[in-house]
Ligand binder design. Sequence first.
Ligand code: FES
Length: 386
Amino acid sequence: MHAVPTLESGTRNDAASGASAEAPVRDLRRVPIHPDHWYPLAWSHEVKRGKAHGVRFAGQPIVIVRTESGTVFALEDRCAHRQVPLHAGVVKGESIRCCYHGWTYDCTGRCIDVPYLGRERLPNGVRSYPCREKEGLIFVFPGDAAIAEERPLPELGSVADKTYKTRRFGREVKCHYSFMHENLMDMNHQFLHRRQMGQMRARSLGRRRGDDWVEVNYTFARMEGKQPVGEALVFGQSRTDGGQNDKDVMTIRTCYPYQTLQIRTAAQNLVMNLWIVYVPLDAEQRTNRTFGLLSIKKPGIPGALDLAWPLLVWFTERIFKEDREIVEAEQEAHDKQGSDWNHEVFPVILELRDLLRERGVLELTPRGASHETRAEAWQPLTRMPR
Ligand code: FES
């Protein structure tokens, strides 16, 4: 039976933590993701040359502009004049012109033209965000721009390796990003996927923890049935060795704020490499947009993976659908209860929850706060007691 939290911030119900039942611990589902990282906010193909595209990060409206020369930049998606969205404007050369009175902004957000005003009287512009493009993703640094250059763009799994074929996928999921991290890292939820994958049992081989990461290794045993073809494709080859499929090792890692899942064979061949991130869309961070790159090692037979690709897509979509439904159910339960009643018992997930609390930010951005105020509000959390 659940203990009913008595503190607004929630009460720790993580049974394996050893912490006092009354120790106040901030509700993880209310911890905003830290903006001082590079986040993909759009796929490259979504932002056409000479066009603007409106996106959001944790409630902040951002416009991504692809200039006529093909480069991208990102600005606050609000004209400084009347606050209308800039993404409705017109891209002209290397700048964007607001659709209303034609105020024009360059890639730094500076207002460079007001058609009915002299150049010497130009008003202030809008906020700009560091923006980069890599492997078909457009990354924006929504936090403190002064430190963006110190932070390299993330490594994106095996997407650049031609010996792999990569599926790019993404969707909106109506839950806090922390549910997504937990869902992927907790392989004890194989029961959820029993109709797709049969009866699988995961065995944890141990976990490791660093300042900004936690990872766990698993092996799997098939308890019943044969390996489905779709699963064999994802794992790179069919290994139906008498019902025991425990030679592969799956490593799942959250390296804040990104997550990876890798499968290696006993011979250390990396047969599957997933890179994924969950970008909060709304200010309350109850909806995220997932950006995923699923890379599968090509088998020895040329074209075999291309032929099987539709089946792989179908199989992974079924798995993702089940995961999406269950994490959205978790979020709904949280919303009804008003706080996190989860009774977590798995040490790996306890580590993960601590990591996400520590690396998140202190307070939600106050509505209508200035950029400077927002930057001050986004302070990293101090380490929480276990
Ligand atoms: Fe943008 Fe007037 S609202 S130019």
